[in-house]
Write a protein that binds this ligand. Structure first.
Ligand code: MN
Ligand code: MN
Length: 297
């Protein structure tokens, strides 16, 4: 990796860390989820970054991919287990990071929140060229299971590339037997999820996070208006609010539905735990080398 590219990854990481720490302090009982997400989005832009994907806060049994709808007024409640996940890009080079904020005083839930953090730290300590993916997974599950919880096995960390959030290598949250090794210059996100459920998530039906997957033309006027705005995200995910802000709800809903039907965009639905278990998550982005750089720490 050349110096200039590394610099951009590091800059994205620095902004992501600041936005995460800022957002973490906004998550309080009684705060409005949508307002918090919009404040974080504004903070990322104010700090000079772009959103690599819309900031998300998934609560309790939802592991990931929860973004407030434009007309949603959800507020945080005592006992909520909130996963703040955000991404920042500088010239397409991405930092992806997440933290859990637990708004209660149950000791076992505090332990659950800490479990994914300890798992992340254990994996970070192993990162260097040559380490096997299964070794990272094993370190993650060991930390989580020793606290009496399960890692979520069908969610994983991932490689990052320019304007690409999910690419190889897949970083498992358990020992999946993968002998692939990390290479110098890989940029990866490690994101352990811990749960008191069964350790699997499923996909719900409707999404409010989308990305463009095909550039075929479309005739419908509304769909074309929405598509014009979608193009500005350069293939990175966006959420309904980011479109409806400019076009209003009616046009946005119709346009998005038509783009989905035409296969031009795809959705990323919320991911609840299969047995309704509570879920915690922590995530950092790392540039792999002999002295790895954790860009978001
Ligand atoms: Mn993330
Ligand atoms: Mn990620």
């Amino acid at each position: 990796m050349d110096k200039e590219t590394e610099q951009k990854y590091v800059e994205a990481g620095t902004i992501a860390k600041q936005a995460r720490d800022y957002g973490k302090d906004l998550i309080k009982v009684g705060a409005n989820l949508k307002d918090v997400l919009e404040s974080i989005e504004n903070k990322i832009i104010e700090l000079g970054g772009g959103c690599a994907f819309p900031p998300q806060i998934s609560v309790n049994q939802i592991a990931a991919h929860y973004c407030a709808d434009p007309d949603e007024e959800t507020v945080f409640e005592t006992g909520d287990m909130c996963k703040l996940d955000l991404g920042v890009e500088i010239d397409g080079y991405i930092a992806d990071t997440a933290v859990t904020v637990y708004l209660g005083d149950d000791e076992n839930m505090k332990l659950l929140s800490d479990a994914s953090k300890a798992a992340l730290n254990a994996a970070l300590n192993l990162v260097k060229p040559g380490v096997k993916l299964k070794e990272l997974g094993s370190a993650i599950s060991k930390e989580i299971e020793s606290r009496g919880f399960q890692p979520i096995r069908n969610l994983s960390g991932h490689g990052l590339d320019r304007y690409v959030i999910h690419t190889k290598p897949t970083i498992p949250n358990y020992d999946n037997g993968d002998n692939t090794t990390l290479k110098e210059g890989d940029v990866i996100a490690i994101e352990p999820f811990a749960t008191n459920g069964v350790g699997l998530i499923y996909e719900t039906e409707s999404s409010n996070i989308f990305s463009e997957i095909s550039s075929k033309p479309i005739r419908s006027m509304y769909a074309r208006e929405v598509l014009k705005l979608v193009k500005e995200f350069k293939g990175l995910p966006f959420t309904t609010r980011q479109i409806s802000r400019k076009l209003g709800m009616g046009k946005t809903r119709l346009g998005i539905n038509e783009l989905l039907k035409a296969g031009i965009i795809r959705g990323y639905p919320p991911l609840p735990e299969q047995k309704g278990g509570m879920v915690s998550q922590h995530e950092h982005t790392i540039i792999v080398k002999d002295e790895p750089i954790v860009t978001t720490r």
